[in-house]
Design a protein around this ligand. Sequence first.
Ligand code: FMN
Length: 198
Amino acid sequence: MSKEAKTKFEIHPLLKQRWSPRAFSDKTVKKAQLQRLFEAARWSPSGMNEQPWRFIVGFKGDDTYHEIFESLVEFNRLWARFAPVLVASLGKKVYTNKQEINPSYNYDVGQAVAHLSFQAMHEGLYIHQMGGFDPARIVHRFSIPAKYKPITIFAIGHIGEPYMLHPNLKKPETAERERMEFDELVFTGKFGKPLGIF
Ligand SMILES: Cc1cc2nc3c(=O)[nH]c(=O)nc-3n(C[C@H](O)[C@H](O)[C@H](O)COP(=O)(O)O)c2cc1C
């Protein structure tokens, strides 16, 4: 199933095709694919080149997967159980060489996952990120040091079919994707004044 973005301007096909499915097939993700996904994340830019991203990867059937899955809120458990791989992303809150908060750690982790999701599309894989989980449980179960904070959990896999999903989730899976207008997003002069090139 495709839910291609209905763009006003032409963008890279992989960006256009990316979306966040909840139905994943049981097809496994290859080790070589995962190597390339995390390579893409590793080469993402970051403030002061701190590279504050860390990842904990679980494969369906193993203990890591189980622990990541158990940290999810009920809504996400309804569908994330289909994903063959679940990943917890973590951010390092402080700079390595000075005892100061790194103000961009959250931003940098998100950007690394964005790079990873672009590579995933190139591999024919999909990513679905989740904020709906219990970070304290991740900290506890994986003995995360105090300098690090769980940021998101994301599912990786091949796309499945909407019929697999819980009845409440079938409609959103096929619904049209929506975005705000450019004039609400891109400004010049002062906040809220549209750039007006769109
Ligand atoms: C930081 C973040 C947290 C999210 N949390 C959840 C979540 O807990 N459960 C869920 O089903 N989707 C979650 N999503 C997916 C968004 O709902 C989705 O990206 C958004 O609706 C846009 O849809 P698209 O990715 O298909 O373009 C999250 C996405 C991001 C980036």
